[in-house]
Design a protein around this ligand. Structure first.
Ligand SMILES: Nc1nc2c(c(=O)[nH]1)N[C@H]1C(S)=C(S)[C@@H](COP(=O)(O)OP(=O)(O)OC[C@H]3O[C@@H](n4cnc5c(=O)[nH]c(N)nc54)[C@H](O)[C@@H]3O)O[C@H]1N2
Ligand SMILES: Nc1nc2c(c(=O)[nH]1)N[C@H]1C(S)=C(S)[C@@H](COP(=O)(O)OP(=O)(O)OC[C@H]3O[C@@H](n4cnc5c(=O)[nH]c(N)nc54)[C@H](O)[C@@H]3O)O[C@H]1N2
Ligand code: SF4
Ligand SMILES: [Mo]
Length: 863
């Protein structure tokens, strides 16, 4: 039994893993971890299904051929050294990740900023937290998150703005819902153009115009003095309030598109409620005015002194498991370690001295978007990508993929050789993954937790810190001789002591001598464990010690154009993690939403001539995506939504970042990932298909998307040109010889083939001229079965179709739930749980159960 930390979101839940000795493990929530107290969401619960090592990258590869570690490391060191000698240190770059462990991050940062002498190390946190970091630094003088999770439970009002907490930080959401259940006076407001699952628990949902958040919080700031809510005692800790108010008063309600009554209700509630926490995430950060949006929020908390006290404060929830650790360790191109600043000569000198660094970086390096531009233009000639998949997740992703492919020398460290990024690299390094590697991560509330190994790494996989240190040594640098992550952590703690001496709040030097292996979840500052928060006493990290109110002149995104009249919102779904390289292996997680989709308002759908399950072609100057149409009034007209998760491996035409424009916030450099202007039309196909098969497949047709199912794969297919011979086509696709059973009706364009091995079904494929209207939830259970009725495509009458999966833990489908609501008169989420088990394990689907209940009762009312 090993205590470790979940590798997914920034909630940072403690996990207890019990290895089974055969490479697997059972996973439970750690009841003693302060972040989750035993809870896990569905992704955490399914961790045991994503640790199999089949198909992993197990040896280094050079240009596709297996190589020894020695050869690969020598080559990397030589190519980086040669490039630096010939073109200077800024001709090389590292692109790293908020999913790296702190120790990995520390080594990458030390090598680049202290020894190579460039700050060209940036991280996917640029796409994620950069605007929060910049906003914090502008207001507080440091990138410090003031509050703790307990504040969300102690608040009387929780405002969730640009955050789909129910799906993206599910355990935190459950903690809030549990607090609300015991204390119904706790009010929840969700501010999101989309009606998300998070809205299910909310008292008020403000569906504001995309990008109008700074206007909204400006209106709030302007409202505060009118109602006497400016805190006179806190005023002496602030500078710039008058200027901020002048700017705030330029915002008008019209910009928000909100109903006046809803807007008033929000302003009143926020002003009247002292204990208010404003939680924000990517709807705020990922914007061309993200930093201003952050400061507009911070301004309201500062003006009211509602910060750093129990139950109140602004709260930027971090996305990745170590997004916060990366900020502490200085992973961004414009920071040094331990909250020290690259532009500050004293800070630089102290770090250089501590590292005995020959060449400390003197100026900030390239931020993510600029870094890949520099790669494209050949200014960066050697690139090392670690623990990220930028060919999928960067804006203008096609361009980024081409830049990576065209780079003189690219190294990728990953678990897999087949990611969109790894496929374009010269050198691949096999990294150890979660469960195999050892280190620390820091969650959204500044709690440092250990990730501990409990599985043997496959083949020659090695930790990322080790590969970096080896390359550093081979480049002739000293100071990289650690034996273990514990050594690195101790050095990092010591450096933080130096930083503390320079006034940094990030000083964990007290942990230098701690027993690393036994390190329990530990908050910083150390006092925080006893309820310590930042800024409650009004002491900030600016030169005059005062918080800076920032005047925010709110600006809406550039209007869409007649050629590209829709604004594409993008983000996450409940059961997948980013580019799905881990979650995408679990049939259970794929059952929730198994295909890239475009959620679009019924009015838009009518105008575009869409029927449910048609394919949409979404285009702009940067790229194109084909997405399955999901008609829903949860999105506003003209503001469709598409998830970010599909890749060249899982649905090559479903990569939405091909469409995202690389417009960035001028302060933070964070891209606006939620507001691409696009054109949408119906993608006219002549045939649609659905396949289930035991072995992996890579169909060549114009549209396909695949997902794992128990014992194999499912795939959705579509194309504009039908093959001449469907039987031959199916044989070639599935590589199984002639079909055992087939039904064809050429006049109606219907073809169905089933392939048996002995009496067991090993594949089946269904072709139709329109979207294949067969029960997926039935078909995906049929691999390995002996049922010869498979080509009927429907369950027998005695076994009703469960419908699409809602509860992934207990595998309960939507039809089953709706039938039970109707037949048994179930009236609450709890009653559904008692009757069917749905929602009783991890609870991630409870908001969707609530939606089904309300849908059912509104249908009843209408009848
Ligand atoms: N299931 C799952 N959970 C995850 C992840 C995952 O991949 N899958 N990734 C993790 C990571 S790295 C991150 S950063 C977090 C992200 O967590 P979130 O930020 O909660 O997730 P997103 O879906 O990116 O976006 C949040 C919401 O912003 C809304 N939005 C778009 N534009 C605007 C706007 O102009 N204003 C406002 N107010 N809202 C807007 C979108 O409609 C969306 O519902 O999730 C983490 N958790
Ligand atoms: N359109 C749009 N785009 C977005 C966003 C959005 O909301 N909309 N969100 C952005 C945000 S907030 C984020 S955080 C990014 C995330 O984007 P990425 O970081 O690019 O996505 P991941 O899929 O998490 O990539 C992680 C990679 O690391 C590999 N890996 C796993 N474990 C290890 C390990 O231990 N070591 C190493 N070396 N590799 C490992 C995985 O196989 C995978 O290839 O996407 C951004 N892109
Ligand atoms: S909420 Fe879910 S994904 Fe996030 S850390 Fe906890 S178990 Fe992992
Ligand atoms: Mo993120």
């Amino acid at each position: 039994m090993i205590r470790t930390t979940c590798p997914y979101c920034g909630v940072g839940c403690g996990v207890i893993a019990t290895p089974d000795g055969r490479g697997g493990a059972t996973i439970k929530g750690d009841p003693d971890h302060p972040a989750n107290r035993g809870r896990l969401c569905v992704k955490g619960t399914a961790l045991g299904e994503t640790i199999a090592t089949a198909g992993r990258l197990t040896t280094p590869r050079i240009d596709g051929a297996e190589a020894s570690w020695g050869t690969a490391l020598d080559l990397i060191a030589r190519r980086f050294s040669e490039t630096i000698a010939e073109h200077g240190p800024d001709a090389v770059a590292f692109y790293v990740s908020g999913q790296l462990l702190t120790e990995d991050y520390y080594v990458a940062n030390k090598l680049m900023k202290g020894f190579i002498g460039s700050a060209n190390i940036d991280t996917n946190s640029r796409l994620c937290m950069a605007s929060s970091v910049a906003g914090h630094r502008r207001a507080f003088g440091s990138d410090t998150v003031p509050g703790q999770y307990a504040d969300l439970e102690e608040a009387d009002l929780v405002v969730l703005v640009g955050s789909n907490l129910a799906w993206c930080h599910p355990v935190l959401f459950q903690r809030i819902m549990a607090a609300k259940a015991t204390r119904p006076g706790l009010k929840i407001v969700v501010i999101d153009p989309r009606r998300t699952a998070t809205c299910e628990g909310a008292d008020l949902h403000l569906s504001l115009a995309p990008g109008a958040d700074a206007h909204l919080f400006n209106l709030l700031l302007a409202h505060l003095p009118e109602t006497g809510r400016i805190d006179p005692a806190f005023l002496r800790h602030l500078s710039g309030l008058p200027e901020a108010l002048v700017a705030a008063r330029t915002s008008t309600p019209a910009a928000t598109d909100l109903e006046p009554a809803d807007l008033d209700a929000f302003l009143r509630l926020w002003a009247e409620t002292e204990k208010v926490v404003t939680v924000y995430s990517q709807g705020i950060n990922q914007s061309e005015t993200g930093t201003d949006k952050v400061n507009a929020i911070l301004n309201c908390h500062l003006a009211t002194g509602r910060i750093g006290r129990p139950g109140m404060g602004p709260f930027s929830v971090t996305g990745q498991p170590n997004a916060m650790g990366g900020r502490e360790v200085g992973g961004l191109a414009n920071m040094l370690a331990c909250h020290l600043e690259i532009e500050n000569p004293d800070h630089r000198a102290a770090v250089a001295d501590f590292w005995a660094a020959p060449r400390i970086a003197e100026k900030p390096g390239l931020k993510a978007v600029d870094m890949f531009r520099a790669v494209e233009e050949g200014r960066v000639k050697a690139l090392w990508v670690m623990h990220s998949n930028p060919a999928v997740t960067m804006p203008e992703a096609d361009r980024v993929a081409r830049a990576i492919a065209g780079c003189d020398f690219t190294v990728v460290s990953d678990l897999w050789a087949e990611t969109d990024t790894a496929r374009r690299a010269h050198v691949l390094l096999p990294a150890t993954g979660w469960g195999e590697k050892s280190g620390t991560v820091t969650n959204s509330e500044r709690c440092i937790s250990r990730q501990r190994p409990f599985l043997a790494p496959p083949g020659q996989a090695r930790p990322d810190w080790w590969a970096l240190a080896q390359v550093a040594k081979r480049m002739g640098f000293s100071g990289f001789d650690w034996e273990s992550p514990a050594d690195i952590f101790a050095e990092y703690c010591a450096l933080s002591g130096v930083a503390g001496g320079l006034g940094s709040d990030f000083d964990i030097s007290g942990l230098e001598a701690a027993d690393y292996d036994a390190l329990p979840p530990t908050y910083w500052p150390q006092a925080a464990q006893k309820g310590g928060r930042f800024f409650g006493t009004g002491q900030f990290h600016t030169p005059d010690g005062k918080a800076r109110m920032i005047p925010v002149t709110a600006r809406l995104p550039d209007p869409v154009t007649p050629a590209h009249p829709y604004r594409l919102n993008t983000g996450r779904i409940r059961d997948q993690w980013h580019t799905m390289t881990r979650t995408g292996q679990s049939p259970r997680l794929a059952a929730h939403l198994g295909e890239p989709f475009l959620e679009i308002h019924p009015d838009d759908a009518a105008q575009l001539g869409f029927a449910t399950a048609d394919l949409a072609e979404v285009t702009n100057a940067h790229g194109r995506a084909l997405l399955r149409v999901m008609i829903s009034d949860r999105v506003a007209p003209s503001h469709p939504f598409a998830p970010m998760h599909w890749t060249g491996e899982t649905a090559p035409s479903g990569r939405v970042d091909a469409l995202v424009t690389a417009t960035t916030d001028p302060v933070s450099g964070q891209p606006a990932s939620k507001s691409a202007a696009v054109a949408i039309r119906r993608f006219e196909v002549r045939w649609h298909g659905f396949a289930i098969t035991r072995s992996d497949l890579r169909p060549g047709c114009e549209y396909w998307a695949k997902a794992p199912i128990p014992g194999g794969w499912r795939a959705e297919l579509a194309g504009t040109t039908p093959p001449e011979d469907w039987a031959l086509w199916a044989e070639n696709l599935l590589r199984l010889g002639p079909a055992t059973l087939q039904v064809s009706d050429p006049s109606r364009g219907l073809y169905r083939f089933a392939f048996f091995e002995g009496d067991r079904l090993c594949a089946a494929i269904f072709i139709a001229p329109g979207p294949v209207a067969l029960s997926r939830s039935h078909l995906v259970t049929q691999l390995g079965s002996t049922a010869r009725s498979i080509l009927a495509g429907q369950p027998e009458a005695a076994r009703p179709d469960p419908g699409p999966t809602v509860c992934a833990c207990l595998n309960v489908g939507m039809n089953t739930i709706l039938r039970a609501i109707a037949d048994q008169g179930l009236a609450s989420v709890e009653a559904i749980g008692r009757a069917l088990g749905a929602g009783t394990n991890c609870g991630s689907c409870r908001p969707e159960l609530a939606t089904l209940l309300s849908r059912f009762s509104s249908r009843e009312a209408a009848q």
